[in-house]
Write a protein that binds this ligand. Sequence first.
Ligand code: AG3
Length: 287
Amino acid sequence: MEAWFFENQTGNFGIKIRIKSVLLHEFSDYQEITIYDTLEFGKVLVLDKAVMFAEKNEFVYHEMLGLVPLFSHKNPERILIIGGGDGGVVRECLKNPFVKHIDLVEIDKKVIDVSKEFFPEIACKLEDRRVRILAEDGIEFVKRINEGGSEDEKYDVILVDSTDPVGPAEGLFRRDFYEAAAGSLKDDGIFTAQTESPFFNQNLIKDVGKIIKEIYAKSSLYCASIPVYPSGLWSFTAGSKKYDTKVINESYNNFDFGRFEADLKYYSPEIHSSSFILPNFIKEILK
Ligand code: AG3
């Protein structure tokens, strides 16, 4: 008998993926976690009925969230990732030659554990000595640093790898979080968050874009295509205190991107700059 997984991506639209088997189904303290083995995309991680990634195309999202901000920063040594317990963004950040330390603050330890077990190629760098994993609430974490953190504790780059703005991630789309995150960055820091679909989440993109523009000297939005996400087109919003995130920093002039050829399946210097070229309807959202 054929078995299918359905995600209702909006009230009126969804995707279905034919599944071979259910590898895991359980409830953590925060959410429902399901892992399917599928015919088209390999293993798929689903949180609260929303697809987080599929093995066959996770590289797009993880490379674009991890590498665009890092390669526009002169020397991103200290990185904070909020969410991202699967380790995909950690794996990408460690491709940047300057990274010395990554704090991964994931509220749901269960996501980290199941990712290590079922997605070793994504979670592969979680044990790296440069990575510290903290199973706690990212909002509380940045508030603490913002209120009492020393300069050394602050970050060069903060990345938000969250689920949709419902359930545990809701607060990660709110102004108080964005302000505390900005206060947890160094004077030339860069903030980047995944900001959902330009087709289905226009209000969210508009609201987040407005807040980020108010907080940072420079703000921008870039996109990438992710087949398993709602509408397939995905957005990332970046705020920067100093650097232009649209351009690769001069400090990488001699960096050999080719040496990652086997590893970089989406990102390249050309993709970096072209992902900021937006169709008119997205420019309109940001006006
Ligand atoms: N985080 C963003 C997933 C959002 C997808 N939304 C949906 N399917 N409705 C992915 C986490 C990967 N590290």
